[in-house]
Design a protein around this ligand. Structure first.
Ligand code: IPM
Ligand code: MN
Length: 366
């Protein structure tokens, strides 16, 4: 662990900077404990960058990301920039170009409901007794988000809006391999979600998964239509181990998954691409910039802290420190430490601020 890793830190808008501060404090503590070093450089992104230089993703930021080993991302967007043309807004102007530029095709979103937090979930406790642990693998650079043509204008005397849902076989193959491998490293169950009863792209998707399954005999592959998957996630989330799906379905299902876990503030994510032996990635909380609570010191930093942990695991190969971060978060929760979003009013809860949660996680680092 001698080589110093370069981290591009893009805190962004809303609660981004305050939760990023805690993730970096935890990173400091992990580095001390495990004797490795990272060098961090901060760059402007999103609304903050629009205010500073007129662009959501300034060239210096992109260059800084290119020079780094990983990107630690906060969140972007807010009411201040919502009146801009769609392509210039922080979300479409920064996040989507970053995904595209770095070919971050695999988005891993763990949906973990800890046993202590089942009461924070909107689901009945009897449906999720003991919690659950799902990993959603979302294809992130294909499908309707990027498919061409895209068009909004007049055609044949009427205004139309057009998006294209297209997948190439190679795009499905690479996300499939990623998902099969993830399932093999967990409980060995992979549920591929599609709409093969209606969409051609889904029929192809399903064929690819069925073919590749023979290379992963330790994984049990099932298929599910996306409407049924949306229903099963609220009926019995514990039935899932790894879910894999295309970009748009994954966008929708992961918000649902996040909600049934209890709080958006808990869920990290990793957006990955292969670079030879290395895995480059952008690591960000699954939730948004939450402008309504920004600056109040009440945001939950856990998603950002766990995203930093995923960076240690996937981009740097530091599995022991990564495990320590996960374990420290679990220990803080088990000890009753809660930011406001996690509170259920139980008598043994200790309600803390954003930095109070950072302190608690650091104190539980082993
Ligand atoms: C997400 C977000 C983004 C998406 C938006 C902000 C472009 O909702 O990461 O899930 O749709 O992918
Ligand atoms: Mn989304």
């Amino acid at each position: 662990m001698s080589e110093t890793k370069q981290v591009a830190v893009l805190a962004g808008d809303g609660i981004g900077p305050e939760v990023m501060r805690e993730a970096l404090r935890v990173l400091d503590a992990v580095e001390k404990r495990y004797g490795f070093r990272t060098e961090r450089r901060e760059y402007a992104v999103g609304g903050a960058a629009i205010d500073a230089c007129g662009k959501a993703l300034p060239p210096e930021t992109l260059k800084g990301c290119e020079e780094a080993d990983a990107i630690l991302f906060g969140s972007v967007g807010g009411p201040k920039w919502e009146s801009l043309p769609p392509d210039e807004r922080p979300e479409r102007g920064a996040l989507l170009p970053l995904r595209r530029h770095f070919d971050l095709f695999a988005n891993l979103r763990p949906g973990v409901c800890l046993p202590e937090l089942t009461a924070a979930s909107p689901l009945k406790e009897k449906l999720i007794a003991g919690g659950f642990d799902i990993l959603c693998v979302r294809e992130l650079t294909g499908g309707m988000y990027f498919g061409q043509p895209k068009f909004y204008g007049e055609r044949d005397g009427e205004i139309v809006g057009l998006d294209t849902l297209i997948y190439r076989r190679s795009e499905v193959e690479r996300i499939a391999h990623m998902a099969f491998r993830a399932a093999a490293g967990r409980r060995g169950k992979l549920c591929s979600v599609d709409k093969a009863n209606v969409l051609s792209s889904s029929v192809m998707w399903r064929d690819v998964f069925t073919e590749l399954a023979s290379q992963y005999t330790q994984v049990q592959l099932t298929h599910m239509y996306v409407d049924n998957a949306a229903m099963q996630l609220v009926r019995n989330p514990g039935q899932f181990d790894v879910i894999v799906t295309e970009n748009t379905f994954g966008d929708i299902l992961t918000d649902e998954m996040a909600m049934v876990c209890g709080s958006l503030g808990m869920l990290p994510s990793a957006s990955l691409c292969n670079r030879g032996e290395k895995t480059f990635g952008l690591y960000e909380p699954s939730g948004g910039s939450a402008p309504d609570i920004a600056g109040k010191g009440i945001a939950n930093p856990i998603a950002q802290i766990l995203s930093m942990g995923m960076m240690l695991r996937y981009s740097f190969g530091y599995s022991e420190p990564a495990q320590a971060v996960d374990a420290a978060v679990r220990a803080a929760i088990a000890a009753g430490v809660r930011t406001r979003d996690l509170s259920t009013g139980a008598p043994d809860e200790q309600i803390v601020t954003t930095s109070g949660m950072g302190d608690a996680v650091i104190s539980f680092l082993r």
